[in-house]
Design a protein around this ligand. Structure first.
Ligand SMILES: Cc1cc2nc3c(=O)[nH]c(=O)nc-3n(C[C@H](O)[C@H](O)[C@H](O)COP(=O)(O)OP(=O)(O)OC[C@H]3O[C@@H](n4cnc5c(N)ncnc54)[C@H](O)[C@@H]3O)c2cc1C
Length: 335
């Protein structure tokens, strides 16, 4: 995909107006393929189904970059409700949170109090809480929140993005913390992040191998079969216990591969986003994977019986832009 198209979708993912309006649209634009419903009932059903296949889950109550304290408190209460549900129904599932949803951009103490309440509740229920890593401007603060919580709770960990130049050094300091390794989903500058796929992939493999040789639990979060196969071989070669790591993928991606890895006896965990605030998450997934472009644009413009939609105008405008960019990137490829 051209950088122009990728930048376009990153831009959309952060657009406040579109994010707000998408909440009112409900599931449109094909988002239901990657988001497990808008409420706790739908996500519970999804987890139970995954658990039946020997797959655990990590739930993400969608929403980020919150700037209103009432909204942050509402999100915190919703997350506590999720924890209650996991506990009551004995689901094989943990939690993923984004601290900008809990007030990081409003006030750090307020955010800390919200996160602490969540981690404390999860601790009582023996549930792990992963603090997702967001864009680089929140990196230091996220690590600070992690360090403070680690002083009081063992059930909390975070994510390392292999595109970060500082990833290896930081990971070395966090050897005893449960970590998820990812490539990184945001657009970062060359001053802080590798830009080429080759460098990001190479660093991912390096970080994952280093972690696998250590003691703390590691989640290897990627859909990249080249990386997964290389790490499977590494685990065999070094006789690494399968209890010390898991593979993770996002809900709706490579479902067969998810089930196959679980059948092969690897620990597998599916990242399950749900809720009304799906737009930013969904646009980042499209920025990463051009193949979804066509599906999305079609879903925006046409109903399931192939009739042109009359609403919403904004969806139409976005769809036309998508189709324009799609055609442009295809033409470029053809040349
Ligand atoms: C569980 C999970 C949690 C995450 N948490 C975070 C987080 O906290 N912070 C953050 O910044 N990012 C997070 N990410 C996103 C991550 O950083 C990447 O942006 C995203 O996973 C895309 O990279 P990839 O490793 O999956 O493979 P890509 O680099 O997108 O793809 C590599 C190759 O894999 C194959 N492939 C990929 N997807 C498919 C598919 N659907 N079907 C067929 N083949 C495919 C293709 O051959 C492709 O060329 C998370 C990802 C996962 C899976």
């Amino acid at each position: 995909m051209s950088n122009l198209t990728r930048d376009f979708f990153y831009g959309l993912s952060k657009n406040k107006f579109l994010n707000e309006n998408a909440k009112k649209w409900g599931f449109k634009l094909g988002a239901e393929k990657f988001v497990a419903g808008t409420n706790l009932e739908s996500v519970t059903k999804v987890i139970k189904e995954l658990n039946r296949h020997g797959i655990s889950g990590t739930i993400d109550n969608l929403g980020e970059f919150v700037s209103d304290s009432r909204e942050a408190t509402k999100a915190k209460n919703e997350i506590i409700r999720i924890l209650d549900r996991i506990h009551e129904e004995n689901l094989d599932c943990h939690l993923s949170i984004k601290i900008t949803q809990l007030g990081l951009d409003i006030d750090q103490d307020f955010c800390m109090a919200n996160v602490r309440e969540i981690v404390e509740t999860a601790y009582q229920y023996d549930i792990f809480v992963n603090i997702d890593m967001e864009d680089y401007s929140r990196y230091e603060k996220t690590m600070e929140v992690l360090q403070i919580l680690r002083g009081d709770y063992p059930n909390v960990g975070t994510v390392m993005q292999s595109y970060l130049l500082r990833a290896e050094e930081d990971l070395d300091r966090l050897q005893d913390v449960r970590m998820r390794i990812v490539k990184g989903a945001y657009k970062e500058s060359p001053g802080v992040a590798y830009q080429s796929k080759e460098e990001i992939d190479r660093n991912f493999i390096k970080l994952a191998k280093k972690r696998l040789l250590g003691d703390a639990f590691t989640s290897i979060a990627t859909h990249d079969h080249h990386i997964i196969n290389e790490l499977k071989a590494f685990v065999r070669e070094h006789n690494i216990s399968r209890d010390n790591f898991e593979f993770q993928m996002l809900y709706g991606f490579r479902k067969e591969m998810q089930y196959d890895l679980a059948k092969e006896g690897y620990r597998f965990c599916t990242y399950i986003p749900f809720g009304t605030d799906w737009f930013g998450y969904y646009m980042r997934r499209i920025a990463e994977r051009p193949q979804n472009l066509g599906i999305v644009a079609k879903d925006m413009l046409y109903t399931s019986d192939n009739k042109l939609k009359k609403e919403p105008i904004i969806g139409g405008a976005v769809a036309v832009s998508l189709l324009y960019l799609l055609r442009k990137s295809r033409k470029k490829k053809d040349k």
